[in-house]
Ligand binder design. Structure first.
Ligand SMILES: Nc1ncnc2c1ncn2[C@@H]1O[C@H](COP(=O)(O)OP(=O)(O)O)[C@@H](O)[C@H]1O
Ligand SMILES: [Mg+2]
Length: 261
């Protein structure tokens, strides 16, 4: 399978502090790649760099993130607009934080989609409802009429995935998408990511501090520590027979989650 997203010797700094060092890995078409590592190792930074969302103090000092012939670390604003939310979509740890509590969910989603896609409201509602139905909602049109506080965290995250899929992105970046959810609901969202990949062939880059999450969905895994890759390979074998001591330590630290997933 061809590669769709390639990190090549990526170094990222916030000010003078280097937090990601010489990171290389690649995501193939239709594959799910999971990055695991403890909090602070640089997972979110890697995703933000691809989205161009490092903020004023952050910069990719060297290396490339290649996506369909483009280097995502060096896009013009125009190229960025044609990539983000369209060919490259992202879901966050806590989707509720990105919604305004006093406006209807459907209205806010429509505005987000309209920012990069010309689509009439009626058509949006039709497409969004169809996707929401696929994500397990029995009354999708009513969901769009609800306010965010009327929905649970798991519902919000499934809505966020459906919304990200409206433009049929080639790559979905998921930053700790289930960390704010309890175990039963985590599984629903992970199943949804798997079905999105299976149905649309979307490639997924998922990062989590929780190895159980990576094991549950990923084909390939990358383990990071202190901004560097310590180990990578097929997820099933890497996480059942880790060759690196650090991966063994991470696995040993998570007995409860290993049983629950
Ligand atoms: N905007 C920022 N400015 C300065 N330092 C940051 C910023 N964002 C993250 N960091 C630092 O970069 C390191 C990696 O952070 P992050 O990518 O959020 O890790 P993870 O997602 O793995 O928990 C941490 O030491 C964090 O404190
Ligand atoms: Mg993070």
């Amino acid at each position: 399978m061809p590669e769709i997203l390639q990190y090549e010797h990526v170094n990222i700094a916030y000010g003078s502090r280097h937090v990601v060092r010489d990171v290389s890995f690649s995501l193939k078409k239709g594959q799910i790649l999971g990055i695991a590592g403890e909090s602070g190792c640089g997972k979110t930074t890697l995703i933000r760099a691809a989205m161009g969302l490092l903020g004023a103090g952050g910069r990719t000092s060297s290396g490339k993130i290649l996506f369909e012939g483009l280097d995502l670390t060096r896009l013009t604003p125009k190229e960025r607009r044609s990539v983000n939310g369209d060919r490259l979509a992202m879901i966050f740890q806590n989707p509720a934080a990105y919604f305004c509590p006093v406006r209807k969910t459907g209205t806010q989603l429509y505005e987000a989609v309209r920012a990069h896609q010309k689509i009439p409201r009626g058509e949006f509602t039709k497409q969004a409802a169809a996707l929401l139905e696929k994500t397990g909602f029995k009354d999708p049109e009513q969901i769009l009429e609800k306010y965010p506080f009327e929905l649970s965290g798991g519902m919000m995250q499934r809505i966020a995935v459906a919304c990200a899929m409206l433009s049929r992105p080639q790559v979905l970046l998921a930053d700790e998408p289930t960390s704010a959810l309890d175990a039963a609901v985590q599984k629903q969202v992970l199943d949804l990511l798997l079905s999105v990949r299976n149905e649309y062939g979307t490639s997924v880059l998922i990062v989590s501090h929780n190895l159980g999450i990576i094991r549950a969905v990923a084909d390939m895994a990358v383990v990071m520590k202190d901004g560097m890759v310590t180990e990578s390979g097929p997820a099933a074998s890497l996480l059942s027979h880790p060759s690196h001591e650090y991966t063994r330590e991470l696995l040993a630290a998570e007995p409860r989650l290993r049983r629950s997933l």
